[in-house]
Design a protein around this ligand. Structure first.
Ligand SMILES: Cc1ncc(C[n+]2csc(CCOP(=O)(O)OP(=O)(O)O)c2C)c(N)n1
Ligand SMILES: [Mg+2]
Length: 794
């Protein structure tokens, strides 16, 4: 055995101990309050992947590589960083506790340099492929610094391959000539609930092969391979290959004597095979049968090191869930925990002295020698691998002079003008869309900037002089990444590109477009991207029942609530182009912020920290207001609302609208104005930001900051208490109905609560009660005064 392999084995045993101990400590030793539930076990999930992680991190990886670690291997990751001095004992002792090391590796909550968060299975796997595409994108750009190309690596549980997004990603990435991506599958043949179906490896090989991946199957460790060379070894090899997963697991759990009995029953021959078995004690036989490829650092490091190409590669590493622990192989072991007695025996087996449980070098004979060896491990050699990129200042809002336009149309024009400007900011914008590039108005941007591919692909229609409005030139210079119809992929790509500054040290400003209802189709990947603090702009368009003729399947209802409730995402729904221009300009700055300062005392929003942005837009063409560009107007648009029509001192009714129903609100205000006094119209551009500021100010007042006042509270403070508030939105009414609670005003929330249907905009606004008549009749019925006349219906 070489020195390096001996070191790897020492490290592997250290990681096995420290991860199991961390979990044990959290469950058995950490003081908990009455009624607390046990934290997750997952010692078995850690044990099956320690060898893989040891071989990868300590023998193969380079500083430029980036890794997504399967969720339940979090203790192994933290143990590894602890061994390297990048994680504290305090955080490990408090694993899964408040302020402690996180249950699942977290970029934002852990201190030890997590590359990609994981937790929702499948997403961490797929994001590595999109990160590789982003890396290729950067490598092709003249403005990006030259840097070593890294491998994007996922350490995946085998059950993660049941998640559909994994296959969506495989298909998409094949189109983009994926490279430099490794997925190491911890093939312990167990999921949470049980043992996986027989022969899954064949399906996995076939699928990966079909999408152009190399598949490396690591079934046997060096001990097994050596035994197969002994007389009788071929029969043993054949028995292992034919053994069903359930039986292998059960025998692993039962141990050496059970292995011997079963093997003797099945293949003993009074000759070579019997001799092979008899030459080994029960303990040695168990060790041999446990020596699968994925539990053998020698086999693993040799296989990783042997890769001499950049093609995407899946390693199917056979492992044993619970390897090296008394839980090994038991089908119920997913959340299983060693009992105190089992743990004591395990501790003795591992040779860890009492009170040396947290000593990173506890069982190491030559700690100084190992430390010197660790200090040279390439992956950790450059310290923290988080990068930074300078901010690129936006040049100011792109104000358009269209008399009539939709917000979706305006969005396309603004991007087009940015492309034409060729500014440093425009250079960093990368757009993407899941097959709705044209129908979300990205077309002129794409015509101007081109599509991204690693090679040049010409546009045959153009070459053949066939007239077409679309110029689909693919080249390394292109700034649009065209995706197939899979919204999970959209959000995973936005997540990866939105971390470019941190992963690769280059600023990207990713902008994705999607039909608004299909935001829901990628929701978990959106949540995941936000959880990682990726920075991007997602444009949901067209939105709402305003998409009249498209019918219920294409009309979004609940998305404003998604925008409000999604952490890390500032949601806007502008009605007019000037608002949109101001919001986009602000967004490109907001997406790049990384301050840690206290909330802004004007709005109580945490604007210093920055985040991602969601724009909910529409194809409905609206007449644009006269030029307005005051500082107060800009501020109101960004803060979330401004008075489109200032309420008078005796205001009886305020109509608060968000988005594309602006004309209905304005018309209704005009009609109500004859019968009620001092009507106000509140243009809400971001219910999300208004609401967040309000909640934050309330919290601050509770903490004794008695003067804390949010933007929406100042707006509402102008209204007399008897004033009726009518809110209206093409979306769920709960998005705005809370406004009444701010100042204690009686509120009539108008909006859409049921599936939409086909019709004209007028039909649908009438059907859902969000047209001017609905607003007028609410005002008439619910505010004091004479009945307000409705216009004759058309
Ligand atoms: C999207 C999602 N659904 C369900 C879960 C709950 N869950 C956590 S781990 C797991 C199965 C893990 O099996 P596998 O990936 O094979 O990991 P290992 O056997 O290595 O523990 C499940 C269902 C989750 N984390 N994410
Ligand atoms: Mg598994």
């Amino acid at each position: 055995m070489s020195d390096d392999i001996a070191r790897l084995k020492e490290i592997e045993q250290r990681l096995l101990w420290l991860s199991c101990w961390t979990i044990h400590n959290a469950n058995h030793l950490r003081p908990v309050q009455d009624g607390d539930v046990k934290v997750g076990g997952h010692q078995a999930s850690c044990a099956s992947i320690v060898s893989i992680m040891t071989a990868l991190y300590f023998a193969v990886l380079r500083p430029e590589d980036r890794v997504a670690v399967k969720p339940h291997a979090s203790p192994v990751f933290h143990a590894m960083q602890y061994l390297m001095g990048n994680q504290t004992r305090e955080k490990l002792e408090n694993f899964r506790g408040y302020g402690g090391a996180q249950s699942y590796p977290s970029r934002t909550k852990d201190i030890d340099d997590v590359d990609f968060s994981t937790g929702s299975v499948g997403l961490g796997v797929a994001i590595t492929a999109f990160a590789s595409i982003v890396q290729d994108y950067l490598s092709a750009k003249p403005w990006a610094k030259k840097r070593a190309v890294g491998r994007m690596i996922a350490l995946a549980g085998d059950a993660e391959l049941d998640e559909g997004n994994v296959y969506e990603c495989l298909q998409e990435c094949w189109k983009h000539d994926l490279r430099n991506t490794w997925w190491v599958i911890d093939y312990n043949r167990q999921s949470l609930d049980g043992v996986v179906r027989e022969g899954l490896w064949r399906r996995i090989e076939a699928i990966f092969g079909a999408f152009g991946w190399e598949v490396v199957r690591l079934k046997h460790g060096v001990l097994q391979r050596a035994a197969f060379e002994e007389p009788g070894g071929a029969a043993l090899c054949d028995w292992i290959d034919r053994c069903p997963n359930q039986l292998y697991s059960a025998l692993t759990f039962q141990g050496g004597a059970a292995w011997r009995k079963r093997l003797m029953d099945d293949i003993a021959d009074q000759g070579d095979v019997t001799g092979l078995l008899e030459r080994r004690s029960d303990g040695e036989l168990s060790e041999l049968m446990n020596n699968l490829g994925g539990q053998c650092v020698e086999t693993l490091s040799a296989a990783f090191a042997a890769v001499d190409h950049d093609r995407p590669t899946a390693f199917l590493a056979y492992t044993i869930k619970g390897w090296g622990t008394p839980l090994a192989g038991h089908k119920d072991n997913h959340a299983g925990l060693m009992t105190a007695a089992q743990m004591a025996a395990f501790q003795e087996n591992m040779g860890v002295a009492k009170d040396a449980e947290w000593d990173p070098m506890a069982t190491i004979g030559d700690p100084a020698g190992l430390r010197a060896w660790l200090d040279k491990v390439p992956f950790f050699s450059r310290g923290t691998r988080r990068q930074q990129a300078p901010k690129i200042a936006p040049a100011g809002p792109v104000l358009l002079d269209d008399r009539e336009q939709s917000t979706q149309g305006g969005f396309g024009k603004i991007l087009d003008q940015l492309a034409r400007s060729g500014s440093p900011l425009a250079e960093r914008i990368v757009t993407t869309s899941p097959d709705v590039t044209v129908s979300t108005n990205l077309e002129s941007w794409v015509n101007r900037t081109g599509l991204f591919a690693r090679d040049i692909r010409s546009d045959t229609f153009r070459d053949e002089h066939i007239p077409s409005t679309q110029k689909w030139r693919f080249s390394p210079h292109g700034q649009h990444v065209e995706l197939g119809i899979a919204e999970m992929n959209l959000f995973l790509l936005l997540g990866a590109a939105g971390l470019s500054h941190s992963l690769f040290g280059e600023r990207l400003l990713p902008v994705g477009t999607v039909y608004d209802p299909f935001v829901a189709r990628g929701l978990d990947a959106l949540n995941y991207a936000c959880y990682m603090d990726a920075r991007f702009m997602i444009v949901g368009t067209p939105a709402g029942v305003t998409l009249a003729h498209e019918g219920g399947a294409h009309q979004s209802v609940g998305t404003p609530l998604i925008g409000m409730s999604q952490d890390g995402l500032a949601a806007f729904e502008p009605a007019f182009l000037d608002e949109l221009a101001i919001v986009m300009d602000w967004s490109f700055d907001y997406m790049q912020r990384s301050g840690e300062n206290d909330p802004d005392e004007r709005t109580w929003l945490r604007d210093e920290t920055g985040g991602s942005v969601y724009l909910r837009l529409s194809t409905r063409v609206l007449e644009q207001p006269a030029h307005r560009d005051s500082k107060a107007f800009r501020q109101g648009v960004i803060d979330g609302a401004y008075w489109l029509r200032q309420p008078g001192p005796n205001c009886e009714i305020v109509i608060a609208y968000q988005g594309v129903v602006a004309p209905e609100a304005v018309e209704a205000a005009g009609r109500i104005g004859n019968d009620r006094r001092d009507i106000g119209v509140l243009a809400v551009t971001s219910a999300d930001r208004l609401n967040a500021g309000w909640h934050a100010a309330v919290r601050m007042r509770k903490r004794g900051f008695s003067s804390a006042t949010s933007h929406v509270e100042r707006l509402m403070a102008e209204l007399p208490s008897h004033c009726l508030l009518i809110t209206v939105i093409d979306g769920h009414p709960a998005s705005l109905s809370w406004l009444g609670s701010v100042g204690g005003h009686r509120t009539v929330p108008l909006g859409v609560e049921h599936f939409g249907q086909a019709g004209t905009i007028a039909d649908l606004y009438h059907h859902f009660g969000i047209d001017a008549d609905a607003i007028v009749s609410a005002a008439s019925a619910l505010s004091a005064g004479r009945t307000i006349a409705l216009k004759a219906m058309t």
